[in-house]
Design a protein around this ligand. Structure first.
Ligand code: ADP
Ligand code: MG
Length: 358
């Protein structure tokens, strides 16, 4: 029943300017796919081309094996939920949900059945008689999602649907949309600039930058094995540390990387003496007790943040580079103190001059 979506070399030009540069992507039936990337990278444009709201300048969009480029939006079996819920203010919740079906001349009994079902799924049955202004932000966004559900689309598209909600509500709605996906089993594509949303909701994350795909993978694949520095820095919170370094020796068996004021032995061939190599390590993979890995750098602690579950140390290496370290929440560390840091050899990343993982 679920639907596949395939993009083959999909391009978008606005006049002379190309903003999407040949996207190849396969979305499996029933998959929850998240497009994530910084503002302006082309997430909405890509989604709108899939929806049929924006013409495709080149390449093919294939849904369930059929080329869809020229098929009008209404015939693609797609429903889209936007950031602005745009409910009709003078209509009740019921009427807002029923409106699209009424214009499509669906039979009254069918409309009633579908509205009831959507209301049940979203747990907004007690709100059906209210007007939008009598609802909270989260309830309004649920009604907007309900309008998509009643259409019984093959594919749901979401464009930053939670951006207008406060932080607590965003977390709650995130869980609800994930649950909706579990209940309905439809193919869903969700656009966000928030990597936490991507990590928590996605079966498959598509990281975009400037109109190209940087990497596609399951959340933990991207976290564990970023292909390049952009993905490494974008996925994961707090962000990965990047230390500049230089190879001081290199041969077929290994290399030595000078970084952070010390030298790290890399037990594999990675380049030539003198190469600039960036050393990447996540704050949660740095230890400050002996035995927690190989020595990385001696640092001076500039700032301590107690978050309860975690303590964040903002420090500076001997050669003046910033390093963020996440340690146990109860750990007491004095400001200005000097620490030796350690890294698990299996959990650091190396990037070449072009940003690609080595
Ligand atoms: P995102 O949703 O990732 O923030 P968009 O898909 O909205 O990004 O935009 C991608 C790029 O396309 C941006 O550089 C934006 O300026 C450009 N763009 C979007 N819509 C238009 C348009 N109608 N005309 C010209 N350029 C546009
Ligand atoms: Mg957008």
């Amino acid at each position: 029943m679920a639907t596949s979506v395939v993009l083959q070399n999909v391009l978008k030009r606005y006049g002379e300017i190309e903003v999407i540069h040949g996207i190849d992507l396969t979305i499996e039936p029933g998959e929850f796919t998240v497009f994530v990337g910084p503002s302006g990278c082309g997430k909405s444009t890509l989604l709108r081309m899939i929806a049929g709201l924006e013409p495709i300048s080149g390449g093919d969009l294939v849904i369930d094996g059929q080329r869809m480029n020229e098929v009008p939006a209404a015939k693609r079996g797609i429903a889209m939920v936007f950031q602005s819920y745009a409910l009709y203010p003078h209509m009740s919740v019921y009427q807002n949900l029923a409106f699209g079906l009424e214009t499509a001349r669906a039979p009254k009994a069918e409309i009633e059945k579908r509205v009831q079902r959507a209301a049940e799924i979203l747990r907004i049955e007690p709100l059906l008689k209210r007007k939008p202004k009598q609802l909270s932000g989260g309830q309004r966004q649920r009604v907007a999602i309900g309008r998509a559900i009643v259409r019984e689309p093959k594919i749901f598209l979401f464009d930053e649907p939670l951006s207008n909600l406060d932080a607590e509500l965003r977390v709650q709605m995130r869980v609800e949309i994930a649950k909706l996906h579990n209940d309905l089993g439809n193919t869903m594509i969700y656009v966000t600039h928030d990597q936490v949303e991507a990590m928590t909701m996605a079966d498959k994350i598509v990281v975009l930058q400037a109109g190209i795909i940087e990497q596609v993978g399951a959340p933990l694949d991207l976290y564990n094995s970023p292909k390049n520095r952009f993905v490494a820095g974008f996925i994961g919170s707090p962000k990965m540390n990047f230390l500049d370094g230089k190879l001081t020796s290199a041969d077929a068996t290994g290399a030595r990387l000078q970084t952070g004021g010390s030298e790290i032995v890399i037990p594999r061939a990675i380049g030539q003496v003198g190469d600039a190599v960036t050393f990447g390590v996540r704050p949660e993979h740095i230890g400050i007790t002996e035995g927690s890995g190989v020595p990385l750098a001696t640092v001076k602690v500039d700032l301590v943040e107690h978050l309860g579950g975690q303590t964040m140390l903002y420090a500076t290496t001997a050669d003046g580079q910033p390093l963020t370290i996440a340690v146990d929440g109860q750990r007491q560390v004095a400001l200005g103190s000097s620490l030796t840091t350690y890294v698990d050899p299996a959990r650091y990343h190396l990037f070449g001059k072009d940003g690609r993982a080595l």
